[in-house]
Ligand binder design. Structure first.
Ligand code: G6P
Ligand code: MG
Length: 217
């Protein structure tokens, strides 16, 4: 691995630092059950990194009728209510193994840290996980004009820590997230399997395998 000078690390949240991809799944599944729509873990894979409304559109592909925009907003709100009920009960136990150490390793190396999550619930989740003090900036998903795979959220995160995207390592577990960070110009580490995340510059199986020193000069 060729080492470069990096100044910041931009983290996706759900599925990278937090075990919350499953919590999103549970909330979507509850909504799908309410509506009598088939929904499983394979369909959920397509929702990773995707915004709330775009996720709803994917879930509704299997619906037997169409929904108006007003109805869709209500359904997305209902899912968000389910999700918030779940995450309000979370503790630091919901951090993925190695997540806290990864953030501490960034601190030790003098790297800035930022969140580039598509989730508008990221600030709440960070509080619940008790890692706010280890994150220098949280990009506001609600302010991104275009969601992942567009580069907006990673560009905002880099800007938030006053770094060129080229000087940032980015970690994401979703195809759309890897594409987003690549489009922003970051060095992208896919967290998961090589097949899904083939566009990443490097792959690690999970956050416990992230060592910033492997990439930084
Ligand atoms: C992340 C998750 C997605 C989720 C999206 C929006 O990217 O991977 O599954 O749909 O955030 O989350 P929100 O909390 O704003 O509904
Ligand atoms: Mg993710």
């Amino acid at each position: 691995m060729i080492k470069r000078i990096f100044k910041a690390v931009l983290f996706d949240l759900d599925g990278v630092l937090a075990d919350s991809a499953m919590e999103h799944f549970k909330a979507w599944k509850k909504l799908a059950d309410d509506l009598g729509i088939a929904f499983d873990i394979d369909i959920n894979e397509r929702l990773k990194g995707v915004s709330r409304m775009a996720s709803l559109d994917i879930l509704l592909e299997k619906a037997s009728r169409s929904y108006t925009n007003a109805e869709k907003i209500q359904l997305a709100d209902r899912k968000n209510g389910y999700y918030r009920t779940i995450i309000e009960q979370l503790s630091p136990d919901a951090l993925l193994p190695g997540a806290r150490d990864a953030l501490l390793a960034c601190r030790d190396m003098g790297l800035q840290t930022a969140l580039a999550s598509a989730s508008r619930n990221a600030p709440t989740l960070i509080e619940r996980l008790q890692i706010s003090d280890l994150i220098d900036y949280i990009a506001d998903a609600g302010a991104a004009r275009h969601s992942k795979p567009a580069p907006d959220i990673f560009l905002m995160a880099a800007k938030g820590v006053s770094c060129d995207p080229q000087a940032c390592l980015a970690l994401d577990d979703a195809k759309a997230g890897v594409q987003s960070a690549k489009a922003a110009g970051c060095f992208v580490i896919g967290v998961g399997d090589r097949e899904t995340l083939d566009e990443a510059d490097a792959i690690i199986p999970n956050i416990a395998a992230f060592r910033p020193a492997d990439y930084c000069r």
